[in-house]
Design a protein around this ligand. Structure first.
Ligand code: LLP
Length: 434
């Protein structure tokens, strides 16, 4: 657990999030429950927005809302002077429904539908990130229909794959995303987009990976992208105005990860800003408007999932299973990526750990696990389990598998709590059944 003022153990040995203790949250809202620390979200947005302004100048921070999407998060982003990234009609519609400014929306996706592109243009979405020739054709037609010109970026692949503490430079072009800049793919697409009457090509986008701690990989991305900007200038006599470097900053899940504080996140932006400023001068290209798109680092550590312990099964000399009332329907990340989490007993944070447990869910599937090898005090039915850093890619990837209900999301701040997303009901499950 990465302790902070809004995530700590109170004097009764109970986990406290945003000034509200876990036991009272469970009493009020039941489990399973997603809890989100609103102050954390706001402060990290603040750090990003201010750092880009102070250390670079013209730029924007677009929250990658695939990490966690609901009306309330878009309200928070709007109030925090953020831009957003959306990847579907659903995310776009949700953002627009709370009056999120359309001009501050970046619309991504490797296969946006006609309906999605039409919805975006109709609603004056600021930037659409093109990922295919066909998309450029369709989008241009839609714009013509509405008599509009649409700002676009092109998604590119700079040949850097980064993950946690490693990155590799690769000429690998096997990705469903983006046009490679290491062969002629991206250059050809740039020419193609420049010829579209109703599209205004502002620049390029790249995203090198997720859960990255190694800042060098972002420097490398800046180096490669600015090389390509120079090439475009030389070959096509065209200067881009925008550079979008995607997201990917790492967060703490377990002791295998770095523990960063909110202010530490400024370092990512400073590194990128410094490198980009240097490259612009060195290469003699126009200083671009800089966009970054963090998702996980804004909401990941803000989230804690609370469960109630049900059955406990001890297989002598093998393992202790501790089953909770959630599972892969609220957090599929172990099942999908063997992701690791820190787990604690929220109502007895100070009790001495003495046994290893596998925390399993309630789905009819052996792989339905939340975390393995959790060293905990001897657990009893009724204890409250807390899984940390579940704010990103948990609620947004939840499902109704086994017809379990997706848990509600509660925001906590200054000792108060409220629903951001209400609990699903059994009736909700039947809503679209015919
Ligand atoms: N921009 C683009 C174009 C992206 O594809 C992504 C993430 C981001 C920004 C935000 O990256 P972040 O800052 O959150 O790392 N479901 C996976 C994560 C998939 C991320 C996909 N793209 C997981 O649960 O780990």
């Amino acid at each position: 657990m990465n302790e902070r003022e809004t995530l700590k153990i109170n004097s009764n040995g109970v986990l406290e999030i945003g000034g509200v203790d876990a036991v009272s949250l469970v009493k009020q809202y039941q489990t399973p429950l997603y809890v989100m620390d609103k102050a954390y979200i706001k402060s990290i947005c603040n750090v990003y927005v201010n750092t880009i302004k102070d250390f670079y100048g013209d730029g924007a921070v677009a929250y990658a809302s695939k990490a966690f999407s609901c009306k309330e998060i878009y309200r928070i982003m709007k109030d925090s002077s953020m831009s957003i990234d959306v990847v579907s009609a659903g995310e776009l519609y949700t953002a627009l429904s709370v009056g999120f400014p359309a001009e501050k929306i970046y619309f991504h996706g490797n296969n946006k539908s006609f309906f999605e592109l039409d919805l975006a243009v109709k609603n004056n979405v600021g930037t659409i990130v093109l990922d295919a020739y066909q998309e450029a054709d369709i989008l241009n037609d839609i714009c013509e229909k509405y008599n509009k010109t649409q700002n676009v970026l092109i998604r590119t692949n700079p040949g850097i794959e980064a993950h946690t503490h490693h990155y590799i430079q690769t000429a690998k072009i096997d990705s469903k995303f983006g046009f490679s800049i290491s062969n002629l793919e991206a250059l050809e697409m740039v020419k193609y987009a420049l010829n579209k009457k109703n599209l205004k090509l502002k620049g390029l986008h790249c995203h090198i990976g997720s859960q990255i701690f190694e800042k060098k990989s972002f420097e490398l991305a800046v180096e490669k992208m600015t090389d390509f900007y120079l090439k475009i200038k030389n070959v096509l006599n065209y200067e881009f105005e925008v550079l979008n470097l995607g997201g990917g900053f790492g967060v703490y899940y377990t002791d295998e990860d770095e523990k960063l504080s909110v202010t530490d996140y400024a370092e990512y932006i400073k590194t990128i800003a410094k490198k980009l400023n240097d490259c612009v001068i060195k290469k003699g290209i126009k200083k671009p408007y800089l966009v970054i798109e963090p998702g996980r680092s804004i909401v990941g550590e803000a989230g804690v999932t609370l469960y109630t312990v049900g059955n406990i099964k001890t297989i002598p000399k093998v393992k202790n299973y501790l089953s909770v009332d959630g599972g892969m329907f609220d957090n599929p990340r172990f099942a999908l990526y063997s992701a690791k989490y820190t787990v604690k007993i929220a109502n007895r944070m100070l009790d001495k750990p003495e046994k290893y447990y596998t925390v399993s869910g309630k789905c009819c599937e052996s792989g339905d696990i939340i975390a393995e090898n959790c060293y905990l005090p001897t657990v009893k039915s009724g204890d409250i389990v807390a899984t940390f850093s579940t704010g990103a890619y948990n609620y947004s990837m939840a499902s109704n598998y086994n017809r379990n209900l997706v848990p509600p999301v509660v925001m906590v701040e200054n000792g108060k709590s409220y629903y951001a997303v209400k609990p699903q009901t059994l009736e909700d499950l039947l809503r679209n059944d015919v």
